[in-house]
Write a protein that binds this ligand. Structure first.
Ligand SMILES: CC(C)(COP(=O)(O)OP(=O)(O)OC[C@H]1O[C@@H](n2cnc3c(N)ncnc32)[C@H](O)[C@@H]1OP(=O)(O)O)[C@@H](O)C(=O)NCCC(=O)NCCS
Length: 178
């Protein structure tokens, strides 16, 4: 398996991966919603605000994750991980965790301070994320499942309380995704 940064030449393959994976795990409708979201994320986000990582095997994409910029009141550099997909027939073999670790290492190499995500704590805690209260850092949209608001400081330090709003990129600024 090869891990690398997302390249725009992989656009259609990546959209197809998200569509297929979420159609299988959720529903065809959810597959289309996530495909539209990822397409929007890639086409409307400034290059410096978006980092994609892909896992490939035998020349094909088998996993993909995206981090997009989260603007936080402390002024620290922060990115949010969303979404994540691993091809259905190779799920549970460690690809998701390897991709996330690869992406977090890349963020660290860029000097990014904080990583956030919104999802199942039991999965994302495997790669260093921990639940964070909105009293410490607010989410950019209203959370339907506050337990899923997760963060980590990439230098291992504590995340200090921040007063004020956070802002995500336009494609993620959709209340139905939260
Ligand atoms: C969720 C997903 C990205 C995980 O990637 P993966 O490569 O299958 O997972 P890994 O092999 O790295 O990790 C497997 C471990 O995570 C756990 N795990 C896998 N999917 C999980 C989930 N949805 N929730 C909680 N735990 C999960 C497994 O039980 C396993 O635990 P173990 O190591 O203690 O046995 C992948 O299964 C997927 O694409 N699912 C459908 C789309 C989705 O739900 N994406 C996440 C929301 S954006």
């Amino acid at each position: 398996m090869k891990l690398s940064l997302f390249d725009e030449s992989q656009f259609y393959e990546v959209i197809d991966l998200f569509k297929r994976v979420f159609s299988a795990s959720e529903s065809e409708e959810d597959g289309q919603v996530i495909a539209d979201f990822v397409s929007n994320l890639i086409t409307t986000t400034k290059p410096e605000d978006l980092i994609g990582c892909v896992a490939e095997d035998n020349g094909g994409v088998i996993g993909c994750i995206f981090f997009s910029r989260l603007t936080v009141p402390s002024g620290q550099e922060a990115f949010i991980l969303s979404p994540v997909a691993v091809l259905t027939n190779v799920q549970g073999t460690g690809i998701g965790q390897k991709l996330i670790r690869y992406g977090l290492d890349h963020l660290k190499s860029l000097g990014v301070h904080l990583a956030f995500t919104y999802g199942d704590p039991s999965y994302y805690c495997k790669t260093g994320f921990e639940p964070i209260s909105e009293n410490i850092v607010k989410a950019p949209c209203s959370l339907s499942q506050p337990m899923g608001w997760l963060a980590q400081a990439l230098n291992g330090s504590e995340i200090h309380t921040m007063v004020g709003e956070t802002a995500c990129v336009e494609a993620l600024n959709d209340p139905s995704l939260w």
